[in-house]
Write a protein that binds this ligand. Structure first.
Ligand code: NDP
Ligand code: HSE
Length: 431
């Protein structure tokens, strides 16, 4: 090894930062060989200096203020693992890039909110901004899109982008346990965001989808036009009914280019049990890209947790050590397009609907009439048991229709006296 060590500053020593520190120590020789030079941790920053991290920190410099790592001498790269789209993480990344110092980050919130301006800053400062760990944990999806699929026009990209939600949906189905209990378990395992609402309300998946869409379609990150729904309204009943119908509930992020307009949406979907993505369970993520020459490619792996995320950070570190660098979004900042957003109302597909209705004569006829009036054809219907005058679940699926027609029909259905809870449809995807 003739090159000097790559001197690394770690900002954030939590789940991911701790994972990176352990990986750098545990894989020291392997990484040095692969990087052609040693990867050396020289500085760290976190909030609490006294906290026992489970690994020694005596030989590295401690910084109370992470932003100081942007310009402190003796550092070649800053690894930002604090989190949050604003605050110290943003200040640190902006200051480092402005100073021409390379940045590696796992912070999808930051990249999704400020990707365009950070890309410009990196360009102006001549600095690398790498974020393999920000999307789908250990899956090398950024590399796959920026490098492996570079010969393709991508038509559609979709996937399971949040490990916490996939863990919750899988565990609820397998164990019949309640949402809150399973979420607490995902938090304990280090999968969830600092505020787990980001996970269960679909925001984290939206951050990742917006980044993937920018890479796949050569456009600026456009988080504001991602339609976002989470999994809070998906009940254990929906999960069970779905299985009966040969379907499985997944939180899916999907982006596609149709007639020059970009559709981006995150929400619970029902996918056929035989679709490859239906078998992606627990904390695993999967990303499916459809390219014009390659066809369909699916990448699967652990989407959260210390080990998988540290593995992705290590890939960026070795690239940097080797001098391999691409613009953050594959094209130079000036070449990235601004694409018009496609309205979700134009979506065409089937729907699942669970209604809570008072069991009395004529209710189903009224619901069916609401669908008929919007030209929506019912595919199947399940009503279990009979409880005259009581509330029962009625589950139905439709044939293909448009989101706009479905929304109009739902407004009529919600207005029926016998319908006691707001009907929440789930889109059925035929992947
Ligand atoms: P944690 O909450 O576990 O860790 C955050 C770290 O940042 C802690 O060490 C904390 O210090 C430190 N920190 C917070 N505020 C400051 C501050 N003002 N100054 C200095 N240090 C500060 O988060 P994670 O490790 O889970 O996540 C880090 C990033 O990685 C986030 O952007 C997240 O979205 C992303 N990510 C997380 C994954 C996961 O599975 N957890 C997977 C992929 C990406 P202290 O320890 O002293 O409190
Ligand atoms: N909270 C995120 C998840 C971490 O559950 O997928 C990985 O980005």
């Amino acid at each position: 090894l003739t090159l000097p060590p790559l001197r690394i500053a770690l900002a954030g020593l939590g789940t991911v930062g701790g994972g990176v520190a352990r990986l750098l120590a545990g894989q020291e020789r392997l990484l040095a060989l692969r990087a052609g030079r040693p990867l050396q941790l020289v500085a760290v920053s976190a909030r609490d200096r006294r906290k026992d991290r489970g690994f020694p920190l005596d030989s590295v410099a401690w910084f109370d203020d992470p932003v100081a790592l942007a310009t402190a001498p003796g550092i070649d790269v800053v690894v930002e693992l604090i989190g949050g789209s604003e605050g110290p993480a943003r200040r640190l990344v902006e200051a480092a890039l402005a100073a021409g110092r390379p940045v590696i980050s796992a912070n999808k919130a930051l990249i999704a909110h400020h990707g365009a301006s950070l890309g410009r800053l990196a360009h102006e400062g001549g600095a690398t901004l790498a974020y393999e760990a920000a999307v789908a944990g250990g899956i090398p999806i950024i590399k796959m899109l920026r490098e492996g699929l570079v010969g393709n026009e991508v038509k559609r990209i979709y996937g399971i982008l949040n490990g916490t939600c996939n863990y919750i949906l899988t565990t609820m189905r397998e164990s019949g346990r309640e949402f809150a209990e399973v979420l607490a378990e995902a938090q304990k395992l280090g999968y969830a965001e600092a505020d787990p609402a980001f996970d269960v309300d679909g925001i984290d998946a939206a951050h990742k989808l917006a980044i993937l869409a920018a890479l796949a379609f050569g456009c600026e990150v456009d988080l504001g036009h991602v339609h976002v729904e989470g999994i809070r309204h998906v009940g254990a009943q929906d999960i069970a009914y779905a299985e009966e119908l040969g379907l499985r509930v997944k939180l899916i992020g999907l982006a596609q280019l149709i007639d020059g307009a970009l559709e981006q949406r995150v929400g619970p979907c029902l996918v056929p049990l035989e679709a490859p993505i239906a078998t992606v369970e627990g904390v695993f993520n999967a990303v499916v890209a459809e390219g014009d020459f390659v066809g369909t490619v699916m990448a699967e792996g652990r989407g959260a947790g210390a080990g998988p995320t540290a593995s992705a950070v290590a890939a960026d570190l070795v690239d940097l050590a080797r001098g391999r660098a691409l613009p953050p979004f594959a094209l130079s900042a000036a070449q990235l397009r601004r694409l018009p957003a496609r309205s979700l109302e134009a979506r065409r597909g089937a729907y699942y609907l669970r209604l809570m209705v008072v069991d009395r004569p004529g209710v189903i006829a009224d619901v069916a009439a609401s669908l008929r009036d919007e030209d929506i054809s019912m595919e199947s219907m399940i009503q279990r048991g009979r409880a005259p005058g009581e509330v029962v679940s009625v589950v139905m699926t439709t044939h293909d229709t448009t989101e706009a027609a479905m929304r109009r029909a739902l407004a009529r259905i919600a207005a029926l006296k016998a319908v006691v809870a707001e009907p929440r449809p789930i889109r059925i995807e035929s992947f």
